[in-house]
Design a protein around this ligand. Structure first.
Ligand code: ZN
Length: 187
């Protein structure tokens, strides 16, 4: 397995809609394993293919041990009142904002063995799944912010982005003896 570079805001790949996966190959399974490794190293709870510069309709999620491979995910239904909570994104480091989303989401997706499954997620899992599916449609959490909050977030990012030449974020591997703890706003 290897840790992949994360693409940050400014890389056009983050705004491109993805292409459905038509065949689950060994190469795709390696990409999935690498995406999990990258997500854990970056201390996130979700990661979508465009965030590592890829165009497959694929994302991975691990929320409190609920690990999901989302190949060609589609939202079947949403339930409950919309809930507001803070979100961040591995592709927009250090920028956070409140996003309103349906409390519960049911999706249909395929796993790494080619098996189609239905899953329902609430609270953080539901939020993370919706955030990742947005990535697959070229959408980012900052798109949901009010014009004023978005403007404030973007002026902060204008300064922060200098740390990521070429819109690339290098992720450091876990050092022996030190443990990474997922940050539940990073996805
Ligand atoms: Zn994200």
């Amino acid at each position: 397995m290897s840790i992949l570079d994360i693409r940050v805001l400014g890389d056009p790949v983050l705004r491109k809609p993805t292409k459905p996966v038509t065949k689950i190959t060994d190469e795709l399974r390696k990409l999935i394993a690498d995406m999990f490794e990258t997500m854990y190293a970056a201390e996130g709870i979700g990661l979508a293919a465009p965030q590592v510069g890829r165009t497959e309709r694929l994302a991975v999620v691990d929320v409190e041990g609920a690990r999901h491979v989302l190949i060609n995910p589609a939202i079947v239904s949403t339930e409950g009142e919309k809930e507001k909570a803070e979100e961040g994104c591995l592709s927009i480091p250090d920028i956070y904002g409140d996003v309103e989303r349906p409390a519960t989401v049911t999706i249909l997706a395929t796993d790494e063995n080619g098996k189609e499954y239905e899953a329902t997620g609430s609270e953080l899992l539901g939020r993370c799944i919706q955030h990742e599916i947005d990535h697959l449609d070229g959408k980012l959490f900052i798109d949901y912010l009010s014009p004023l909050k978005r403007k404030a977030a973007m002026s902060k990012w204008e300064k922060a982005k200098a740390d990521y030449p070429g819109s690339i974020r290098k992720v450091r591997a876990e050092v022996k003896g030190e443990h990474h703890h997922p940050n539940e706003t990073e996805m």
